[in-house]
Design a protein around this ligand. Sequence first.
Ligand SMILES: [Zn+2]
Length: 228
Amino acid sequence: MKLTTMFFLFLFASTTAQISTQQLTGQTTNVENALESDAQSAFNKMRVAALKDGIDLKIVSGYRSFNRQRQIWNRKYKKYAAQGLNPDAIFDKIVEYSTVPGTSRHHWGTDMDIIDQGATYSGDVLVPNKFHGNGPFCKMKDWMEQHAATYGFELVYTLNENRTGFKYEPWHYSYAPLSRKLLKEYLSETNFLTFLRSQDILGMEKISDERLLRYYNEHIKGVNPSLQ
Ligand SMILES: [Zn+2]
């Protein structure tokens, strides 16, 4: 390759890749676990509006680092390995409810799990039946269905039988103006298999390429179409 061609390729690469793999995988320094500032200010505006309608929005999980996700992963991996499951079966069990470290949308600072802290509730909060029927967060869910999009927020893991991947999560919202870009970057700039194989994640060397690629297609891409 001619030097001039290489130079232009370099220029091209440096202007298209605006977001680093570190940022996309939760590995940049963020000691305060802060959300992206645009996502936080959009949330603040939505919060004020919801309060006027008697709903007290609270983020129970916002930014989550790679290291935090790896703690969760490793704990679950050890538990299922102790039950004698093989690596691909362990993978199946964990990704029912948790993400592989480096693949969580919570790494992006655009996604959050929300409840209504003004409601009367007890026990685990992130369970679907608390958002349906007579559940404590029904009022919030109705409000979000009507107003969230006005502030840029979309539900990620919708109740839609054609959607693949993670189960329905009526609490998980994403700040779409930013996360749409990040998903595109994630899918185009990150070499998924190479990345995961290079990380110190329990069991990762034993899980098959086929299983990891299925997760990539079903889980990472399996989001609300309005976020794609
Ligand atoms: Zn979530």
